[in-house]
Design a binder for this molecule. Structure first.
Ligand code: NDP
Length: 462
């Protein structure tokens, strides 16, 4: 086809879009990418990266406290300079924005600054920030526009902030109320508590972190409370008002009232599909408002693809990256000498950067019970060596779920320092189908918390 300007046109410069654009260009495809904001999407700008930087920042508060138990004499109470932290974060994110830009241009991708909208299955209209328009024809178009935080509809909804606003709050909140007991709510509660805010975390259901192993949920909730977070379950906000002193007044379903400087809603994210022109080309949507795709990320419109958060799957950066690589192999073939990649949604490890963090891979105990006959559950709940002197009473939970018939480890869960780092390694073992006997045959690294995973002996339930 000679009337196409590009082989692939990507709308959205987040994790999935940039990866697809770069890898397609490496295979010799003519590629363009349109992004109206800064490069890197949610992950780089208002998600994983700034969140983790602030989490590191918050951990210092614990370290200062623990240091005294190790004999350190600190001159006084350390004080957070919120403006300095924001400025340092902004500087680092700008550096990453630049790296993303140069990775793309270095790979030969044509970068267009502006909002992309479909005119038909092979034509994208791009509106630049100055209002200038351009039109581009492409053999394949990829929609990788990500997601955006859901906003509540209750009275006073205009007084809330979302995770997009948290990194640049003009003033550090003395009292923060967080609504939502998922990834973002729990992480933000821990981080801002660590940085020095008084935090109230409200969750509408029985226990936070629905979808995680029940024991992990209970253990984490107990640790958050022990750390000083006011976690309230079965609690909903019915209205929010602005008080004359600039604070927010929240009325709760139990009749209670809360005062806060900032009210963060972290009640899920929805796909970014507005203004893409999807209706005009007949794209099919899922019930939750995401773009429906097949196993090759093809939408109902030939030539049009979607991946990452906009297709409403697991909203995780490594998933979007892997989907992008599978799509590029599908459209343009693998690199010489490499196997064609396909997407495998089994054994996706994940971490929640609460304090202490959660790391998990594979099935929860409840999922395993529902899927296989008999299971064995091994667990250990202990005080990490570090805290024997630090004076803190934080504990660590490690848990293995094993299929009794095959001896395969079906699920591995941890709540404790560095859980994300530790579970990443064990995720390889689960992907390889490791058995409990192979865990037992592996020697521990002593003394670590991770060695508990290879020394678990007592079956707690069958
Ligand atoms: P989640 O889906 O994880 O959690 C949403 C929370 O809000 C749940 O507790 C949910 O309750 C609650 N909720 C939903 N609607 C309402 C409502 N109307 N009123 C009160 N509470 C409500 O979404 P998040 O926003 O926390 O995060 C979005 C996604 O981003 C995550 O699912 C995850 O995939 C990704 N993410 C990943 C991170 C990581 O890898 N570390 C970090 C941050 C985000 P209920 O359980 O009852 O439905």
């Amino acid at each position: 086809m000679t009337d196409f300007d590009f082989d692939l046109f990507v709308i959205g410069g987040g994790s999935g879009g940039v990866r697809a654009a770069r890898f397609a260009a490496q295979r010799g495809a003519r590629v363009a990418l349109a992004e109206s904001g800064r490069m890197g999407g949610t992950c780089v700008n208002v998600g994983c990266i700034p969140k983790k930087l602030y989490s590191y920042g918050a951990h210092y508060a614990e370290a200062f406290e623990e240091a005294r138990g190790y004999g350190w004499q600190l001159p006084g109470a350390p004080r957070l300079d919120w403006d300095a932290l924001k400025a340092r974060r902004a500087q680092e994110i700008s550096r990453l924005n630049g790296i993303y830009e140069s990775l793309m241009t270095g790979a030969g991708v044509r970068r267009l600054q502006g909002h992309g909208r479909l005119l038909d299955a092979h034509t994208v209209d791009v509106t630049a920030p100055d209002g200038g328009r351009s039109r581009h024809r492409a053999r394949h178009i990829l929609l990788a526009t990500g997601g955006t935080p859901v906003r509540p509809e209750l009275p006073g909804h205009e007084l809330i902030v979302t995770s997009d606003d948290m990194f640049d709050l003009p003033r550090f909140p003395r009292h923060l109320v967080v609504v939502g007991g998922g990834y973002i709510g729990c992480e933000m509660a821990s981080i801002f508590h660590g940085l020095g805010a008084q935090v109230t975390l409200l969750y509408r259901g029985e226990q936070i972190l629905r979808g995680f192993d029940d024991e992990v949920r209970d253990f984490t909730a107990a640790e958050l409370r022990k750390a000083g977070i006011d976690l309230r379950v079965r609690t909903e906000v019915t209205r929010i008002e602005a008080a004359p002193d600039g604070t927010r007044r929240l009325t709760l379903n139990d009749g209670g009232v809360l005062q806060a400087d900032v009210v963060l809603y972290a009640v899920g994210r929805r796909p970014n599909v507005a203004g893409l022109g999807l209706e005009a080309v007949g794209v099919r949507m899922t019930a939750s408002g995401a773009i429906a795709v097949d196993e090759h990320f093809a939408t109902a419109v030939p030539g049009l693809y979607a991946l990452g958060d906009v297709r409403g799957g697991l909203e995780l950066t490594p998933v979007a990256l892997a989907e992008a690589m599978a799509l590029v192999d599908h459209l343009f073939g693998p690199l010489p000498g490499q196997a064609r990649r396909t997407m495998d949604y089994e054994h996706i490890p994940t971490a929640v950067f609460t304090h202490p963090p959660i790391g998990t891979v594979g099935l929860t105990e409840a999922q395993a019970r529902a899927r296989v006959g008999t299971i064995r559950v091994y667990r250990s709940d202990f005080r990490p060596l570090k805290h024997t002197l630090s004076g803190r009473d934080e504990r660590c939970l490690v848990k293995l779920i094993v299929d009794d018939a095959s001896d395969r480890v079906l699920g591995l869960h941890m709540v404790g320092a560095d859980a994300g780092e530790i579970v990443q390694g064990f995720a390889v073992a689960l992907k390889c189908g490791a058995t409990k006997a192979q865990f037992d045959a592996t020697l521990g690294i002593h003394p670590t918390s991770a060695e508990e995973f290879v020394t678990l002996r007592d079956v707690t339930r069958t």
